[in-house]
Design a protein around this ligand. Structure first.
Ligand code: PMT
Length: 315
């Protein structure tokens, strides 16, 4: 990375509003990573940071309006479940309000739709939702109790990137056992905090003319400085299939990722292409089973690649 890129990244963090509870987040992360190691020594357990959902860009400091990035969080939530199934500890860095692990089969408003009053004092689970509710509670509680799931919410691009940096610093000691799976849809443009107006922008002032700065890509610095030994997977989303692979290959090379998962908006739940230095692999959802997820074979493939990386981190 050249010095201009470092300068851009430094000025992004310097201009960002300080993250609330950053000391608490660091404590939670350290406890989570150490959990299965009473001696305080980190064992060979694999830890993955799954990022999920879209970041927002506030337009006012006392924010009424913001720009958003599309992502339902389904990819991140599903992937988290498969990583936990494969024995990973997962740090789930997610956009508040997006899809959560083990809750994918619940209706949109689970409290109101899954429960009913039994009498004036008690409520019960509706028969139609009882399997889904039992499964969600059982699997979620088991993952948390076993120290396999830590959920950290964000909303803005400032929170997301500051938390990503804190996570990187917490899992750096794990060397090649650490992994980043960057499925979040991250803003490309933002308004620097110091040049942002404090109060709600007034529509009476006429059309809005606003200059957005480019968000520095953190992928290079994550890969080369923050956690140089970690296994890093980024995502590439496009709506035009003609440019998708070309852009994914560019990202692989430019940011020195170990793999880039390329997906198209319309078919993202059916097929993804894993782009690596050794070629591209198409991964499909198993169409013979209605409840199958493309994340199932995708995570299996990435776990195998991660094993190879642990044996030889120079690959
Ligand atoms: O959540 P779902 O509805 O299930 O959809 C899943 C998904 C389509 C959001 C997901 O599969 C996906 O593709 N996520 C990445 C979307 C994206 O922002 O792509 P991009 O081409 O803009 O960014 C590429 C990579 O650079 C991403 O890994 C991102 O984390 C990273 N990035 C992006 C911008 C930026 N300023 N800094 C970054 O580090």
């Amino acid at each position: 990375m050249d010095s201009a890129a470092f300068h851009e990244i430094d000025s992004f963090f310097e201009s960002a509003p300080p993250l609330k509870d950053s000391a608490k987040i660091t404590d939670k992360l350290n406890q989570f990573i150490q959990f299965d190691s009473p001696s305080g020594e980190v064992k060979g357990r694999r830890v993955v940071c799954v990022t999920s959902g879209g970041t927002t860009v506030p337009l006012e400091q006392r924010c009424v309006r913001y720009i958003d990035n599309f992502s339902s969080g389904n990819r991140g939530a599903a992937s988290t479940e498969y990583f936990i199934k494969a024995g990973y500890k997962v740090i789930f860095l997610y956009r508040r309000g997006t899809c959560q692990p083990y809750c994918r089969s619940l209706p949109e408003d689970p409290l109101l739709e899954c429960f009913e009053l039994a009498d004036d004092f008690n409520f019960q689970v509706r028969e139609s939702h009882s399997e889904a509710v039992k499964g969600a509670i059982r699997d979620h509680h088991a993952a948390v109790a076993d120290g396999l799931l830590l959920k950290l919410p964000f909303a803005t691009i400032f929170e997301y990137l500051q938390m990503l940096k804190i996570i990187a610093s917490a899992i750096r000691t794990l060397g090649p056992h650490a992994m980043f799976y960057l499925a979040a849809a991250v803003s490309d443009f933002y308004v620097p905090w110091k040049s942002m107006v404090e109060h709600k922008i007034q529509s009476a002032s006429g059309p809005l003319d606003m200059r957005l700065m480019q968000v520095p890509k953190m992928l290079s610095v994550l890969r080369t400085e923050w956690t140089p030994k970690a296994f890093c997977i980024s995502f590439k989303l496009e709506t035009d299939s003609k440019i998708l692979l070309e852009k994914a290959i560019m990202a692989l090379k430019k940011y020195k990722m170990h793999a880039v998962v390329a997906n198209e908006l319309l078919t993202r739940k059916e097929v993804v292409t894993v782009v690596t230095d050794n070629g591209n692999i198409s991964v499909h959802r198993d169409k013979t089973w209605a409840g199958s997820d493309v994340e199932d074979p995708l995570i299996e493939l990435l776990v195998n690649r991660h094993s190879t990386h642990i044996k030889d981190p120079s690959t």
